[in-house]
Design a protein around this ligand. Structure first.
Ligand code: IPE
Ligand code: IPE
Ligand code: MG
Length: 251
């Protein structure tokens, strides 16, 4: 194999002065809202509300820190297993977030992108999301990717199905399929691979998040619960990332 693998080719490279570049793409599994609320004897929704505030702060900080792409895991394809009342609370908060925050984000140059089967959400939410996507489509600042009803296995199944259909139509030779074909069918097509994956709340698992895109991500598990996460903690995470030695299989 002479060609470098895609992950290494697209990865953050050292800056002009030889200093290590920051991560281009940071992805966060925002976990611990429920435990934050429980510690305070509050209903779980209070933790989710605080979690939205944390997300708001982190999105602002990401722009200031020069992060090109920030992906936030907001609702997984497995989160439907929660009680209907909690799911409704989460959808309500999402609705509120779009109504209250998109204009400010749009003014700040943020470009919104959604990954996951968001069209399965309620029609009013789908309309709001489509409006927010259109409102920010021409922006050139930070790309904010929100994962909604997202599951990496579903994403890969869909990508596989589309490639198989192209093969069945005779448009694609199965023997020619390579990583770039799969990437082009992912919800994240066109985005750089994840450089830094952060999960809050002390859990050490991926929970079906960006399995392909994190192939060479640096993983950072922090004990802070998501509602306690903020711009300073994001800056600390970038400091930690800067001390990592990334090898991509080389020396
Ligand atoms: C993360 O917090 C928010 C979502 C998954 C939507 P949790 O609700 O998972 O909080 P814990 O893990 O129960 O503390
Ligand atoms: C992952 O958190 C999903 C989101 C943060 C949206 P969960 O709390 O749902 O994950 P598990 O159930 O602990 O794996
Ligand atoms: Mg959780």
């Amino acid at each position: 194999m002479s060609a470098p693998p895609h992950a290494a080719a697209d990865a953050a490279t050292p800056g002009a002065g030889g200093e290590p570049a920051g991560p281009r793409h940071v992805a966060i599994i925002m976990d611990g809202n429920g435990r934050w609320a429980k510690k305070r004897r509050l209903p779980r929704v209070a933790g989710h509300r605080k979690g939205v505030e944390a997300a708001r702060n982190v999105v602002r900080a990401a722009g200031d820190l020069g992060i090109e792409v920030l992906t936030l895991y907001a609702f997984s394809s497995e989160n439907w297993r929660r009680p209907a009342e909690e799911v409704a609370d989460l959808m309500g908060l999402l609705r509120h977030f779009i109504l209250a925050d998109i204009e400010e984000l749009a003014q700040a140059g943020v470009r919104l992108r959604v990954i996951g089967e968001y069209r399965a959400l309620s029609p009013d939410l789908v309309r709001l999301i489509d409006g927010a996507l259109a409102r920010t489509a021409d922006n050139r600042g930070t790309t904010l990717v929100v994962a909604l009803n997202y599951g990496a296995q579903n994403e890969l199944v869909e990508a596989t199905r589309r490639l198989a259909e192209r093969c069945a139509r005779g448009e694609l030779d199965p023997a020619a399929i390579g990583p770039a074909h799969i990437e082009s069918e992912l919800a994240t097509h066109g985005l750089p691979p994840v450089d830094l994956l952060i999960r809050t709340s002390g859990e050490h698992r991926l929970s079906n998040f960006l399995l392909w895109q994190c192939a060479y991500a640096e993983l950072l598990f922090v004990d802070a619960l998501w509602p306690d996460f903020d711009g300073d903690r994001l800056a600390q995470a970038l400091d930690d990332f800067a001390r990592r030695e990334r090898r991509f299989g080389g020396l």
